[in-house]
Design a protein around this ligand. Structure first.
Ligand code: DGY
Length: 327
């Protein structure tokens, strides 16, 4: 009997691919960046499972009549129209948990780098500007230890950022639609409303999903509530911030700086004004980008695919309501 067909829309490690190949006939896009949309459309006509990070609209799903699973190789799944998938009985899975520590490390690195002007100081010394003892006075930054961190979105990654902050003796405020009294008791985190978080934090770090509720969550009104000495850190999704409003706030000195791993459009335009500002630390969306974590994400996506192909529930569905109907 022929095996079900799978398409992997970006290169994954051999150890993950060979596990998938035990249960499916697998075709793979050979590059680590996702396959172009026209390639996707050509490849999906006969597949039952898809693994990767492509954009899936309802119209694209309709070109894949045998499809049962979209296994996203990321924790964020804003690239998939989940209601459209649910309507079509398609399971969507993501890769939560395995990347929380790595992504929290990135967010905390952004926070420290922005606060202590690490990139700027590195450029200064390489440019031969460090010519006198005491010249480093022009590189004064902001303290991280004992400062106040405001976390918007206390999910797995947000919590790991909070956990790191406690090691730096920071006061940790958070805001979320779900209140975590257990974490408040255990770790001394303080739940506050958005306005309090924005006005009292020295660092505001974003860890929400991107949804209709969180798109442009941080715009001009929110930025103007932040302290002039505060930093905005974003390792979630670029569209959670109104980018033109952030550019204005930085230009006008309404906040002290920003640490950004994500942008409204990715890859961001090299002429994006944010990239020209000394008080902005910019990264190319490397939140989860360590080898061990990326492999773990790929293996989890393969685990989800194998489960579905074997008629079992996937490990990490984002629309579990379709399972009772489909499996
Ligand atoms: C995710 O998993 O959503 C990350 O943004 C990928 O790096």
């Amino acid at each position: 009997m022929s095996k079900p067909k799978a398409y992997v829309g970006r290169a994954i490690v051999d150890s993950a691919l060979s596990r998938l190949a035990e249960v499916a006939d697998v075709r793979v896009w050979p590059s680590p960046t996702r396959c172009p949309d026209d390639v996707l459309l050509k490849e999906i006509g006969d597949i039952e499972v898809f693994l990767g990070n492509n954009r899936w609209t309802g119209a694209v799903m309709d070109q894949a009549p045998k499809l049962r699973l979209i296994a996203n190789i990321s924790v964020g799944y804003d690239n998939v129209d989940v209601p459209a998938a649910t309507q079509r009985g398609l399971v969507v899975t993501n890769t939560p948990g395995v990347l929380s520590d790595t992504t929290a490390d990135t967010a905390f690195a952004l926070l420290m780098t922005a606060a202590r002007r690490i990139c700027e100081a590195g450029r200064y010394v390489r440019a031969g500007k460090w010519v006198a003892v005491g010249g480093s006075a022009s590189m004064f930054g902001h303290d991280v230890h004992h400062a106040t961190l405001g976390i918007i979105g206390l999910g797995r990654i947000g919590f790991e950022v909070a956990h790191r902050a406690l090691g730096f003796h920071m006061k940790v405020l958070y805001h979320d639609v779900v209140r975590r009294e257990d974490l408040e008791k255990q770790y001394g985190l303080q739940y506050v409303d958005m306005d309090t978080l924005l006005s009292e934090s020295d660092f505001v770090s974003l860890h929400t999903v991107l949804s209709d509720q969180t798109r442009a969550l941080i715009g001009a009104p929110e930025l103007s509530k932040m302290k002039r000495t505060a930093f905005l850190i974003n390792a979630s999704r670029g569209e959670v911030v109104d980018e033109p409003a952030l550019i204005d706030a930085l230009k006008e000195g309404k906040i002290a700086g920003a640490g950004l791993d994500v942008f409204a459009k990715e890859p961001t335009d090299p002429n994006n004004p944010l990239l020209k500002m000394d008080n902005v630390v910019a990264l190319p969306h490397i939140g989860s980008a360590t080898e061990a974590t990326r492999v773990a994400m790929q293996q989890l996506a393969v685990d989800n695919a194998i489960a579905v192909l074997q008629g079992k529930p996937p490990l990490t569905p984002v629309n579990p309501e379709v399972l009772s109907k489909k499996l």
